[in-house]
Write a new protein. Structure first.
Length: 228
């Protein structure tokens, strides 16, 4: 009589009977390398440094420059000036910047040469204009430094006798030359030069009196330019 042997069972490897879901729920370890964090930090610092350098380099501001020579009493609006982008650093507040000019403009209070940046101290409100222009006949030749925009003292000497004049004195100090009037015509008085001056309104009466009395008038520059 033959015997029937039961089939052998192959032993299962550990974990063989686990389902896939059991495997997915197994905890995973997190890998962290300190060198990676240091590298990221260096990149961030580098980017911030570049941004800071670019921002500092682009610190230019828009300021106004005189398109032509400005003299005290001129009424100027923003459209009469040139806007320039310049780097002034801490000096920016000392010059007229974009947006500083009111709609009605401003009055120039001291000469500004053509192409020069307009200082804030050289302008004032329109309502504060206190000067007026007057043309005077100056005896003799003008000093070479006297030109449009020059600051001069106006001296006068009263006639005491026939062609005899008394001691001169300052009639107007720190007047501004508006223009030197060219001598035209064939017959002109070469001994007198006509000059338009800007003088304080409080001095207008005295200047007109000196002109009416035929006083001898002379212009003396208050300073001599270093060049020219």
């Amino acid at each position: 009589m033959s015997t029937v042997q039961a089939p052998r069972r192959t032993p299962k490897a550990p974990g063989f009977g686990r389902s896939r879901s059991d495997s997915d729920r197994a905890p995973r370890s997190f890998w962290f390398d300190p060198r990676f964090a240091i590298g990221v930090g260096l990149v961030i610092v580098s980017v911030l440094g570049v941004v800071g350098v670019v921002t500092a380099a682009d610190s230019s501001v828009l300021v106004y420059a005189a398109r032509s020579t400005l003299i005290p009493g001129d009424r100027v609006k923003a459209a009469d000036l040139d806007a320039r982008s310049v780097r002034l650093g801490s000096l920016g507040a000392q010059y007229l910047r974009d947006g500083d000019v009111p709609q009605e403009g401003f009055v120039v209070t001291r000469p500004v040469s053509a192409g020069e940046l307009v200082p804030s101290s050289a302008v004032g409100e329109v309502a504060g204009a206190v000067g007026a222009s007057v043309v005077v006949g100056v005896n003799g030749e003008l000093a070479r430094s006297i030109a449009e925009g020059s600051v001069v003292d106006l001296w006068n000497a009263k006639e005491t006798d026939n062609n005899v004049f008394g001691p001169p004195s300052v009639l107007v100090d720190s007047a501004t030359v508006v223009r030197v009037i060219a001598k035209d015509g064939v017959i002109v008085d070469r001994t007198v030069q006509s000059v338009e001056l800007l003088v304080p309104r409080t001095k207008i009466a005295a200047v007109l009196e000196a002109i009416a009395n035929a006083d001898a008038l002379l212009l003396v520059p208050t300073s001599i330019p270093a060049k020219g």
